[in-house]
Design a protein around this ligand. Structure first.
Ligand code: NAD
Length: 368
């Protein structure tokens, strides 16, 4: 079944299509939201989760519209969800059925997301010839292995430090979340001479004011392992880590970490949003008033999507690194110049930057 309708969440940007899929043979149920196509065919993750609704898929699709636009990619924004637990036995069958059901939706290019991975993308590619986040053998650029998002965060730090000003040599960095993004951010910032004084994961946190030995830590503890067991720092709770005083704080775990209620805990000079929406917009306004600089997610963590779009063009990882450097560097500079001129919170400016780029592209579209 395909239905197109305008719900109460539609606005001047989209969504262009909301598609509910039910395929009786495989029992596939899925939702695809194509938000805005002004900049080109939409890219956005395909999530596998049992409890996702159209509104949530739309919110995620909108985030992609904005992120793709601000990162100068020739792509609109979309998102999809296969409504199933990701641990099912017939995952491949369901993913292949999903691929067939979106075959004619040629303006949607799926990528990996929660519950899906490069194997799923390979099945989709095999069925319909389009997806991103592929295994290396099929031309994929392994963005987590290369730490592309963490690399982009370090580039944002380079530029932001000129504005504060802050010397990265010896700067104290705290990272919430020690997975793909957190570890890579640590790696690229260490190359710039920082001290990582605290890290956390879902189980706890460790703190060492003289700097944690990150390469040793990575060797000893997996993403959700026991950080305290490494013996490299003082064990503290993951909640206490949010209060550790730092020069740079990187939330790289989950959304809504700092809200209006607890934003006062953040004691840093620069926050780089590695995760998506780790600081709510209301909290970001208060944080801005307190003189803390924030580089918002759609700019700071754009490394992943820039890399995926580079892969889609069959270009190399070297080219992806170059694009991340120039795009995130340029965006951070524009953001902070405009923040300085207007004193508007960076989140507001980032949203304007993205919307301006979409508006320019929409001006070229035929009137319906
Ligand atoms: P990941 O699963 O590899 O790592 C997440 C880490 O966060 C793990 O170490 C986990 O233990 C930790 N964590 C979970 N809950 C926590 C909590 N309450 N306190 C402290 N730590 C906690 O995920 P990832 O790929 O590193 O992604 C991290 C975030 O960044 C996600 O929100 C993701 O959507 C976002 N993001 C990722 C990329 C990318 O390229 N991987 C790009 C853009 C945005």
């Amino acid at each position: 079944m395909i239905c197109h309708y305008i719900d109460d969440f539609a606005d001047d940007l989209g969504p262009e299509k909301i598609i509910h899929i039910y395929e009786p043979k495989s029992k596939l149920k899925a939702i695809v939201v194509i938000d805005n196509l002004s900049l080109g065919p939409a890219i956005g993750g395909c999530r596998m989760a049992a409890d996702v609704g159209a509104r949530e898929v739309f919110r995620l699709a909108r985030a992609m519209t904005l992120k793709n636009a601000i990162n100068g990619l020739p792509h609109g924004g979309a998102k999809s969800a296969i409504l199933s637990e990701p641990s099912i036995v017939n995952k491949e069958t369901l993913v292949r059925a999903f691929a067939q059901s979106i075959k004619k939706l040629t303006d949607y290019i799926p990528g990996p997301d929660m519950g899906t991975d490069e194997n799923c993308m390979a099945y989709i590619h095999d069925e319909i010839g389009r997806s991103i986040g592929l295994p290396k053998v099929l031309g994929g650029i392994p963005l987590d292995e290369l730490g592309m998002t963490g690399f982009g965060l370090a580039v944002a730090a380079d530029v932001a430090c000129e504005f504060i000003p802050l010397n990265l040599e010896g700067a104290r960095v705290v990272i919430q979340g020690f997975g793909n993004v957190g570890k890579a951010a640590a790696k690229y910032l260490l190359e710039r001479g920082v001290k990582i004084i605290g890290v956390s994961n879902s189980r706890g946190a460790i703190y060492n004011p003289t700097g944690l030995d990150i390469p040793v830590l990575v060797g000893r503890v997996g993403p959700d392992g026991d950080l305290a067991a490494s013996g490299l720092g003082e064990p503290i709770s993951k909640e206490d880590l949010l209060e550790v005083e730092s020069d740079i704080f990187i939330p790289a775990a989950r959304p809504d970490v700092f809200t209006e209620e607890n934003q006062h805990l953040l004691k840093t000079r620069l926050a780089l949003e590695g995760a998506n929406i780790p600081i709510t917009h209301a909290a970001a306004k208060e944080i801005h008033k307190r003189g803390i600089l924030v580089v918002p997610d759609i700019i700071a963590n754009g490394g992943g999507v820039i890399c995926a779009a580079t892969e889609y063009l069959s270009q190399t990882e070297t080219s992806a690194f170059e694009k991340i450097k120039s795009t995130i560097g340029g965006n951070t500079r524009e953001l902070l110049e405009r923040t300085r001129e207007t004193n508007f919170p960076p989140h507001e400016i980032a949203l304007r930057m993205a919307r301006e780029r979409i508006a320019q592209a929409m001006a070229y579209r035929a009137h319906m």
